[in-house]
Write a protein that binds this ligand. Structure first.
Ligand code: KG4
Ligand code: ZN
Length: 336
């Protein structure tokens, strides 16, 4: 069974061909980062228009690469939500038009379910149940995952998402948009302990997060230091990364302890962060936890995770999405 995955929820057009038996055959991503950079963030209308231009050429590229034809596609998985309404509509209209023309079913996928199942694109793949740490530009959540569609929210951010904190810190440090990878690279040159920032909610009894105070703490240091001094900026970047990683790792381990589960799955753009991966790997070794990540290139938005989640949904006999629908706001716990 060959699944076409289409992701257009934000600023990346992701297309992939995933075969039930052979795995990922091809994937192509077009990032709109260069287009949005001048505005310091995603401009929804520009995003939608660009997705419309990109989907079919990327699909042709994938078909060429996998040596398949459109008629070989057995089903189409498309991000139904959450995300930017116009961007989702671009993907959904193309998916449904293709499905109609080819006579194939279309299945709508929850974007976060795509992230959550993305470690299944790596080997070994995690089995249920597990704790999932979802860390993206829009979400920071700890979920208890019993099975496909059985997601219980254990804790989440009360304000900014971890990725958002990375992006805002990058902006304060003059590193541009999106900032995660740039802040991470700059932090590599920082002196450990030179700047110590607060760890919000680290000692709270619950599993919630808060990152907006950290952003203010970064701003206060930025005002104090000589922003032309590369070392001072690197020290601040490291102070920020250390604080975020410390909170994410501690809360993840607390979620495992609280539930008695022993598998941790990390997904979402911030899951590509090297410092976070290293810290979680060390904690997991120490505590006998099995740790699963998607391949780094599949941490950020992509079509492969949508195809994989679409396959899981089809295998569970979820009825294809008959009506053309998008859900810009959609809680994962409602994606049963
Ligand atoms: O999952 P994602 O691609 O999009 C959303 O669904 O939000 O996540 C994007 C976020 C951005 O905030 C970006 O700065 C962050 O992930 N990110 C990183 C890294 N790569 C991407 N943050 C820290 N370190 C990275 N290496
Ligand atoms: Zn995402």
């Amino acid at each position: 069974m060959l699944i076409l995955g289409i992701e257009t929820s934000c600023d990346e057009t992701g297309i992939a061909l995933y075969d039930k038996d052979a795995g990922l055959l091809a994937q192509a991503i077009h990032s709109q980062v260069d287009m949005h950079r001048a505005f310091g963030g995603v401009v929804p209308e520009l995003a939608s228009r660009d997705h419309i231009r990109r989907v079919l050429p990327l699909l042709d590229e994938c078909l060429r690469c996998a040596n398949r034809r459109k008629s070989d596609i057995d089903a189409i998985a498309v991000t139904e939500g959450p995300g930017l309404a116009g961007a989702l509509l671009a993907g959904a209209s193309i998916a449904h038009a293709l499905g109609w023309a080819l006579g194939r079913p279309v299945v709508g996928v929850h974007h976060l379910e795509g992230h959550l199942l993305s470690p299944m694109l790596a080997t070994p793949a995690p089995s249920f149940p597990f704790i999932a740490l979802l860390v993206s530009g829009g979400h920071t959540q700890l979920m208890r995952v019993e099975a496909l569609g059985d997601y219980r929210l254990l804790g989440e951010t009360l304000d900014d998402a971890a990725g958002e904190a990375f992006d805002k810190t990058a902006q304060l440090l003059g590193l541009g948009y999106p900032g995660g990878p740039a802040v991470s690279r700059l932090a590599d040159f920082g002196v450990p302990g030179a700047v110590r920032l607060p760890r919000p909610l680290l000692n709270s009894k619950d599993l919630n997060f808060s990152f907006s105070g950290l952003k203010t703490a970064v701003l206060n240091v930025v005002r104090r230091i000589d922003n032309t001094c590369e070392q001072a900026r690197a020290d601040l970047a490291l102070g920020f990364v250390d604080a975020v990683v410390d909170v994410l790792a501690n809360k993840s381990m607390a979620a495992l302890a609280k539930t008695g589960l022993t598998r941790l799955v990390v997904a979402g753009g911030v899951g590509a962060n090297r410092q976070l991966r290293e810290r979680l790997a060390a904690d997991a070794r120490r505590l006998g936890v099995e740790l699963f990540f998607p391949p780094p290139a599949l941490c950020t938005d992509n079509g492969a995770m949508i195809a994989r989640a679409g396959l899981a949904r089809l295998e569970r006999q979820r009825a294809p999405t008959a009506a053309f629908a998008v859900r810009p706001r959609w809680n994962l716990s409602e994606a049963v």
